[in-house]
Design a protein. Structure first.
Lengths: 276, 379, 529
């Protein structure tokens, strides 16, 4: 097969893209119907999600087979690096939109509402706030309880992941496996604590802009941690199968980049949602 | 071919033949405030600058198209860079822009200066009408389109101020700085009077300020300038600038009007009077969504005819109005249905309820007639 | 430039003779040319559909009064015309060009991720189904304007959710597609093709792809907040809960302004390819063109609030956004000057692609100037949300983007089909399009100045004459595009055989392969000197 690795690998025709399109169609169409209380929406959405899960499994298996089969040369590897980097950049911009909304609400719109005496008499317009018309009292989340512990957990998980990477580089298989297991465990504990925090929160997503920004930002972050943990688990399984060596392990690195990115997002969350 | 189509083609032909006499407006409306004339001048300056650059650049291009054609045997000269030229045509536009920015900046500061106003009017945008509230003058009224539906539907001749006329214009004295506080109750609207050089979005829950000072008495017409739903094109703004004496007289008259309306709340009305009055209120306020025949436009705007709310009970056993009953819906609204509490008086609400219960194909047997006094008590 | 190519290494199933035929060729494709073709057809279909909506708009506006279309339907037409033209016609057309041309121009065997490439295309289909079918759900299509400002868009029904989710899917498609293009350009250039040797079209797409990756996720954020406000009780855009409807506008336009350049930069790339070819002389100021494109891209992220001058921002904000907006005309001006200088002392011929390109330079500049007028904040106060704005963005989007696309299609059709298009008919199409376009949109400057708001189904009688002229122009413009389809189909079916390089002044690797371009090209990279 040496001839193949000379050229850039152009895959054979594939059904996966069409399946992806079908899955997203069912998910989006079903979701739209569900939001508008049309009964068929939910089953459609679930069907779409199942197809999507099947798709991810099938498509990635195929890429892994190509990789293990030696079809992907150095240039393809470099493409993956560019691709993953830009994907993470797009995620950065996605979170930037929500952080931008948070800053705007805290620094611009709330003070304006506080000044609009004619419409909202007596409203102070200071953060944290649920807005002038929502009267229920709520307790904002304190930074130095669970969130601080969660920060430590995620920071530690970044360290253990790097330690695992060193293990991979130096062909220390045990270090690699233990590091990965630790990282996944820390991620899962983080998610568990986050769920506990949601459960005990004395406000909901409907509690004005405070509830909305809190749950949307931490919620999307939590979703990313979940995805990261799943991806790490798959990497662990691949490590156990012996897919990587010290030179050829971009999948590991890609997931590691992703995990560090999710870490950094959390630091911003900790500062701007919980602390300040 | 149906009647509508014949009318359509007929009037198309007639307007072509008339077009010779019609005005082809080419520029901004003649300004009547200081700000509007500054804007007018700014526009003329930037327009001339643009035209000048345009003529220079494209003269060169068309000269080249004319002279440097292959068909006249021109051979291409292979150059592809000229640093000096490139620097020059970067810097010169930048300088021109800087020159433009100076007067524009001055005008912006002037536009934003709402201090030292002589009077303040709070203007609220609703779907699809304007409310004017003269702060500290106890004058508050709703202003809606007064063009008839027949004119819009091409069933009768269109008037001179087609779509730009209202029942209650905003009246202001000349020579006074009027501060306008803008807000909206439902969606974003925009308050725009071209001759004044003001356009400001009315944003629900926020107060935004603009000001104007008119020197010439006259009637000035504008429109809502932000898409606000189906009747966005049908919520004009009319401002009458009058002398101070006339303005004061108008204020007195408006106060009287409000007093007479309030007196109507305590009187006992007959069903027929209420239905007759209600028809007027309905056609002005409700028909835009629920349609003149009460059929509505489901699912967004439900039908009145056969509606549970219009036929069901209004009051509970305790004598108070029922939640989700007819009075509740009118006073407090729900979803897209606005709360009419602030917009209509007791007589108007009682009459329109009675009208919709007894007309448009409805004949309610429970609570058939609602009296203005009952509305007054329900507020 | 010299190339070495044509030796095949297809010992697995992706050779010329190995790919599936019939519908499966398209459904399962991993070939950049086939995928590009699908994008272009998709775009043409959506262009005609959204154009038909515009015909409805212009028919209603033919004269004052309500004749054909109820106001609520009218709002659906304007909303969907905008959404479909932007996301369904213009953007996919440029992605189609990128698919066809970028690998050919840089000497790559295909896109970096061929399967993802096909996914990007096939995601367009569910989005299109959601958008088009929303006309038939109860309450009709979304009617809150393509910008979907809350609270109006909060009032919408099922169709609003369908549009939002369609845009989410299109966002995924665009982001994946752009990552693909960016990776292809960075990683798959033929040996010797340094960044500053890349064709201008590749440069503009590189920067466009960057803008897409940065801007589309922000749109996704705005839409996500919109959907939670609609259905999950959040108050991002509701003052009662401490939010602000204007916040949506900020987030939306942070996406929306780069989006404007996403729709014009590839057009600039096409012009920078065609004008030198028919001037028989290299592009003037290549380096400054690259820098100008990059400058436009950077500035596009700091001008967004000029779409919101009437929302009542504080003075500091208004001044900042006015200055930054005015600044953007400097690099744009540089581009126009460069094109004129490219033509200067050339050896010009005027085939259809060149005619379109010259018209774009001329008409886009009118749109650029009306943009400069709108940048002057006090003037914008008068013109915001009037027909002047409608005129402005059609001068940049139709006579900028759409006509550049048409020019590009004529330019590369011989390469794509192997046949020359009908030059005479092409010229007829050009002249009708250009004249009808101006008849339609030039009077809108006047109706806007005189005070006609946009997005209204009926207007006062002072605007009657110009509106009727606009409508006549629009009908001609719409009809003339049927001729375009005819010319394209005719060219595919047959016609004079095109050589590898049918334009004597054309430059670039794509002209070193035969016409039509073989199924696989540059499997072994060419060497660029």
């Amino acid at each position: 097969m040496s001839e193949n690795t000379k050229n850039y690998y152009v895959p054979a025709p594939s059904f996966w893209p069409f399946i992806a399109s079908t899955a997203l169609f069912l998910m989006a169409g079903g979701f739209a119907m569900m939001l508008n209380k049309i009964a068929t929406g939910k089953p459609l959405m679930i069907a779409g999600a199942l197809i999507f899960a099947y798709l991810l499994f099938g498509w990635f298996s195929e890429v892994i087979r190509e990789s293990v089969g030696g079809l992907l040369n150095k240039q393809v590897d470099k493409s993956f690096r560019w691709g993953m980097g830009w994907f993470i950049y797009s995620e950065v911009m996605f979170f930037a939109a929500f952080f931008g909304a948070l800053f705007y609400i805290r620094n611009v719109s709330l003070p304006w509402l506080g000044d609009a005496e004619l419409l909202w008499p007596g409203f102070a317009g200071t953060w944290p706030s649920a807005g002038p018309a929502i009267k229920e009292a709520f307790t904002p989340m304190a930074a130095w309880g669970l969130p601080a512990i969660n920060t430590l957990l995620l920071l530690t998980s970044g360290v253990t992941l790097t330690w695992a990477h060193w293990g991979l580089m130096k062909n220390k298989r045990n270090q690699l496996i233990i590091g990965l297991v630790l990282t996944i465990a820390l991620g899962v504990i983080f998610l568990f604590l986050q769920a506990m925090e949601y459960h005990e929160a004395e406000f909901t997503i409907k509690t004005g802009v405070y509830g909305a920004t809190f749950f949307l930002l931490t919620g999307f972050h939590g979703l990313h941690v979940t995805m990261g943990a799943i991806m790490l688990t798959i990497i662990l399984l691949r490590v156990l199968k012996g897919h990587f060596d010290s030179h050829n392990h971009f999948a590991f690195e890609a997931v590691a980049w992703y995990w560090h990115f999710v870490d950094v997002v959390w630091l911003f969350l900790f500062i701007f949602i919980y602390w300040l | 071919m149906n009647k509508k189509a014949i009318f359509f083609i007929g009037s198309a032909l007639s307007s072509i033949s008339n077009s010779a006499s019609a005005a082809y407006e080419l520029n901004l409306k003649p300004p009547v405030t200081e700000i509007a004339s500054q804007i007018y001048d700014l526009h003329m300056t930037i327009l001339y600058v643009c035209i000048a650059i345009f003529v220079v650049v494209f003269s060169i291009m068309f000269y080249s198209i004319y002279k440097h054609r292959k068909s006249v045997g021109h051979k291409a000269v292979q150059f592809h860079e000229h640093h000096m030229l490139e620097v020059v045509w970067t810097i010169i536009p930048a300088l021109i822009l800087a020159g433009m920015a100076v007067p524009a900046t001055k005008t912006i500061f002037a536009m934003k200066d709402t201090t030292a106003a002589d009077m303040t009017v709070k203007v609220t945008g609703y779907q699809w009408k304007w409310e004017y509230d003269y702060i500290d003058k106890d004058v508050r009224f709703i202003s809606t389109l007064s063009t008839s539906q027949d004119e819009i539907d091409n069933k009768s001749e269109k008037g001179e101020n087609y779509l730009l006329e209202v029942d209650n214009p905003m009246v202001v004295p000349v020579g006074k700085k009027v501060r306008v506080l803008l807000t909206a109750s439902d969606v974003i609207h925009a308050f725009w009077v071209p001759e004044f050089g003001i356009k400001q979005d009315a944003i629900p829950g926020f107060i935004k300020e603009v000001w104007f000072k008119v020197d010439q008495p006259g009637v000035y017409r504008g429109q809502c300038a932000e898409l606000c739903g189906k009747a966005h094109g049908f919520m004009p703004i009319v401002v009458e600038a009058v002398t101070e004496e006339k303005y004061n007289a108008w204020l007195v008259a408006k106060n009287e009007e409000a007093k007479t309306a309030a007196a109507g709340s305590d009187k006992e009305w007959t069903k027929d009077d209420l239905v007759a009055q209600g028809k007027i209120v309905y056609e002005k306020n409700c028909a835009v969504c629920h349609q003149a025949n009460g059929a509505g436009l489901p699912p967004a705007f439900p039908a009145i005819t056969g509606s549970k709310i219009a036929l069901g009970p209004v009051f509970g056993s305790d004598g108070k109005y029922l939640k989700d009953g007819h009075i509740d819906r009118l006073l407090n609204g729900k979803g897209i249905m606005p709360a009419w509490k602030a917009m209509l008086n007791d007589v108007e609400i009682a009459s329109v309820i009675t009208y919709t219960r007894q007309s448009l194909g409805n004949a309610a047997t429970v609570d058939p007639v609602i009296q203005p006094s009952q509305i007054k008590a329900s507020r | 430039m010299s190339t070495t190519t044509t030796t095949h290494h297809d010992d697995h199933a992706h050779g010329d003779h190995g790919h599936p035929t019939g519908i499966m060729r398209w459904v399962t494709s991993t070939n950049h040319k086939d995928i590009g073709t699908m994008y272009l057809w998709f775009s043409l279909f959506m262009f005609m559909f959204a154009g038909a909506l515009a015909m409805g708009i212009r028919a209603e506006l033919f004269q004052p009064g309500l004749q054909l279309i109820k106001p609520e339907i009218f709002n659906q037409l304007t909303t969907m015309h905008g959404l479909i033209m932007i996301f369904g016609a213009i953007m996919p057309a440029f992605v189609g060009f990128a698919n066809w041309q970028v690998p050919l121009m840089i000497g790559a065997p295909d896109m970096a991720f061929p399967r993802l490439n096909n996914m990007s295309f096939w995601l367009m289909i569910p989005a299109a189904i959601l958008l088009l079918s929303s006309f038939f759900v109860p309450g009709g299509a979304a009617a809150g304007g393509w910008t979907m400002y809350p609270p109006l868009s909060i009032q919408g029904g099922l169709s609003t959710d369908m549009s939002i989710l369609a845009l989410h899917i299109l966002g995924v498609s665009s982001i994946v597609g752009s990552i693909n293009i960016i990776t292809t350009i960075f990683n798959m250039r033929a040996p010797g093709m340094t960044m500053m040797k890349m064709p201008m079209f590749v440069w503009t797409w590189l920067i466009t792809a960057y803008l897409l990756i940065a801007a589309m996720p922000v749109l996704a954020g705005a839409l996500t907040m919109l959907i939670t406000d609609r259905h999950f009780g959040t108050h991002f855009f509701n003052a009662a809960g401490g939010g602000d409807p204007v916040l949506f506008q900020h987030v939306f336009w942070f996406f929306g302004h780069p989006e404007v350049y996403i729709m014009i930069l590839p057009a600039f790339g096409i012009l920078s390819t065609i004008i030198p070819a028919f001037s028989r002389k290299p592009l003037f100021g290549y380096a400054s063109m690259v820098y100008a494109t990059a400058a436009i891209a950077v500035l596009s992220f700091v001008v967004w609030a000029h779409h919101m001058f009437t929302t009542g921002m504080p003075v500091a904000g208004q001044l900042f956004f006015m200055y930054s907006t005015m600044l953007i005309s400097v690099p744009t001006g540089v581009k126009v000057f460069n094109w004129v200088a490219t033509m200067w002392k050339g050896s010009l011929t005027f085939e259809t692609p060149m005619l379109f390109s010259i018209a774009v330079v001329f008409l886009f500049t009118i749109g650029g100037f009306s943009g400069l007028v709108l940048a002057i904040l006090p003037v914008d106060i008068q013109l915001q949300d009037t027909y002047y704005v409608v005129a402005h963005f059609h001068y940049v989007l139709f006579s900028g983007a759409a006509m550049a696309i048409m020019g590009g299609v004529y330019y590369w059709l011989p390469k794509w089909t192997g046949h020359m298009y009908d030059e005479k008919l092409g010229k007829v199409h050009f002249w009708i399009t250009t004249i009808a376009f101006n008849v339609t949109f030039f009077p809108m400057h006047f109706t806007g100045l005189a005070g006609m708001p946009r997005r209204i189904p009926d207007y006062s009688q002072q605007f009657a004459e110009f509106n009727m002229i606009s409508s006549y122009g629009a009908f001609a413009l719409g009809l003339s595009q049927i001729l375009f389809i005819y010319i394209v189909v005719k060219c595919i079916k047959g016609g004079e055989k095109a050589g590898a390089k049918p334009w004597d002044g054309a430059e670039g690797l794509e002209w070193t392969v035969p016409s039509p371009a073989p199924f696989h090209t540059f499997e072994t990279p060419p060497v660029v000197k």
